[in-house]
Design a protein around this ligand. Sequence first.
Ligand SMILES: Cc1cc2nc3c(=O)[nH]c(=O)nc-3n(C[C@H](O)[C@H](O)[C@H](O)COP(=O)(O)OP(=O)(O)OC[C@H]3O[C@@H](n4cnc5c(N)ncnc54)[C@H](O)[C@@H]3O)c2cc1C
Length: 319
Amino acid sequence: MFYCKNMLSRLIQKSSKIVPTFIKRKIAFKYIAGEKLRDAIDVSRNLNKIGVCTTIDTLGEFESEPTNYITNRQKSEDALMEISKANLDSNLSVKLTNYGLGVDNNICYSHISHLLRYAEDKNIFIWLDMENSPFTCDTINIYKRIRDNGFLNVGIAFQACLLRTQKDIETLSEYKPIVRLCKGVYKELALKEMNINIAYNSEIEIEKNYIRLMNLLFNLGCYVGIATHHDGLIFESKEIIRKRGLVSGVHYEFQMLNGVKENLRNRLINEGHRVLVYVPYGEKWDGYTSRRMQENPDIAKHVFKVFFYSLFNWKKFLN
Ligand SMILES: Cc1cc2nc3c(=O)[nH]c(=O)nc-3n(C[C@H](O)[C@H](O)[C@H](O)COP(=O)(O)OP(=O)(O)OC[C@H]3O[C@@H](n4cnc5c(N)ncnc54)[C@H](O)[C@@H]3O)c2cc1C
């Protein structure tokens, strides 16, 4: 049984390389706003109209060419400018490896602090995404440096799948960080194959840790972005919110990915919860989609579900 599951995962991972681009494009664009900044702005404007705030992400990661750090920063500044001009209820999400994290952390800090100052002038918030485990320490160190230098318009993502996360949150407690709590998209398969265990092995353990961490964050007085589409976790989160008497937008918000579980999203809004939607855009959607499918077979399963659904509704798919 274990081997069958393993083989299926490998098959799904490998297949991301052979899925034709036009199909990947069709699938990817269910989740990605488009290739241009204006696509992300349009999606954000429409979501704002139904009471949803957004966080815009310029696709790209693992950059090692210094001139590209500058291009990436320019793209993020353009996004901040457009958010401000359109007066959107939106903020920005960034991946620090776009600015040289892990290559030269001083350069990375200089870019991100510049960006934060630019955002501060426009009263816009920036989320630091959490990338895979080789970058966890560096991301946390950059976050500390940002806060030590007085920036407040910044939040950090933490992953419930990692064994280390509780300690990481406790280390930051004095900063009372604004935290996006997610399960974690990177399955750290390479490390697992080397028998190095840094993550919880089962979904149940990850979910238990998620709730444990959420309680820890609320105990520390942190604002929590509850970033999940999992029905059980959302149900338990609402129980915690009710029992603690927490206020939407003051103590917490729900966060979801663009194009995922829109009915659930609408239900949360109707119940009076603040909801933020993550809106990626950019030309690097192919690499992003393929990498996600390779890193995490679960994403591929979601994607394949959409694909087969689309085949049965082929008229809609071709539109
Ligand atoms: C706003 C936001 C920001 C995030 N930022 C980070 C980050 O910085 N670092 C990081 O490692 N991870 C990040 N993630 C990803 C997160 O860690 C999970 O991988 C992802 O949200 C799926 O986990 P889940 O909690 O929704 O539960 P799951 O059990 O994986 O999903 C529950 C259900 O939601 C649906 N679903 C979930 N994901 C998808 C998908 N991609 N496509 C289609 N359907 C889907 C499926 O119906 C699934 O059954 C972020 C997620 C969100 C919502």
